[in-house]
Design a protein around this ligand. Sequence first.
Ligand code: XLS
Ligand code: CA
Ligand code: CA
Length: 438
Amino acid sequence: MSEIFENIGKIQYEGADGKHALAFHYYDKERVIMGKPMREHLPFAMAWWHNLCATGVDMFGRGSADKSFGAREGTMEHARAKVDAGFEFMEKLGIEYFCFHDVDLVPEADDIRETNRRLDEISDYMLEKMKETGIKCLWGTANMFGNPRFMNGAGSTNSADVYCFAAAQIKKALDLTVKLGGRGYVFWGGREGYETLLNTDVKFEQENIARLMRMAVAYARSIGFTGDFYIEPKPKEPMKHQYDFDAATAIGFLRQYGLEKDFKLNIEANHATLAGHTFQHDLRISAINGMLGSIDANQGDCLLGWDTDEFPFNVYESTMCMYEVLKNGGITGGFNFDAKTRRPSYTKEDMFAGYILGMDTFALGLIKAAELIEDGRIDDFVRERYLSYQSGIGAKIVSGGASLAELAAYAEKMGAPKLPGSGRQEYLEGVVNQILFR
Ligand code: XLS
Ligand code: CA
Ligand code: CA
């Protein structure tokens, strides 16, 4: 098999002063941060769909990038060429994981039995490559949003036949995930939502989604899947409103339908910001609920109101992300670059530059987050901010032993309370800058 990314060798770490375009400047995989090498803190994954399939098509024009990898598109030869390209790409970057949708791997046939046969064939080939290289699967999923049959959703569709088709795709995607040893399985509610309430029974649709998830869990456990299921929240796009709006909404849904033991969340930066939150907010909400599972590492653009899936470049965001991850004691999932190069960045070198940018941005985020924690000023401040609950009436409130009447009597005797201590936001933001730019 000939090399696909000719003239690009294994990407090396050359340090922050290096000037080579195709080199790491911060990601030094063996460097130990808070007791662990960077590669263990940051299990990076390649997203099959963007990296090997997306050509830069947008609603105004056809693709600008050639992702044929020397084969005719829409054939099994092309599917194999993508496997070759993907494994060569991951090896050259030192990426240890990949994530996939069923239809990223093979062209979809009219008959699902033929699609499934193709999936069996390609996954045999992927397994060979996995054995050769030691590269692993982070998570799998089924694409239940691209085909027009899913125009009204998959679990939330009004058609029982389409619902069954979705079940068949999930079953096969779970088989593949188990076959490839995936750590997790993702439900991104592609078109699970609505365009108008005039035609939608929200309660029924949500119950039906939960039924499908319960069936998926039962099936997966029966074939030996021990990993986590993930919901990946996203508030809008493609639907006007999507049911898994944000972390808090998804957690409420999982608890309401008794799915919280099998599911965690896969938090994507760009989706959190579309929901009107920071990336850090959705990570924190997941973490405090014990549900921070995996991360789709990308970023959006605050000047554009849609899902731009850009390679992460914002070091403030990656630092605050890694701060949450370190505080959480790590994650059992990984960091999937659900990101694509911009349409004018169409060369093979650009594919590498995108991943180098993402890996360096997260490595820098990890270094800086560890420094923030080791510095201690932020943690100290937060601890001191709530000191009034450590003794006296505050401790009684926290212990659950106080009544409303008792608190009222206390307040009446006290007169007007002093103003609470300053939030000192500007000081704390200065601490972050000081650590980021020293
Ligand atoms: C789309 C989603 C999707 C999921 C997997 O916006 O990010 O790519 O990660 O289906
Ligand atoms: Ca996205
Ligand atoms: Ca995603």
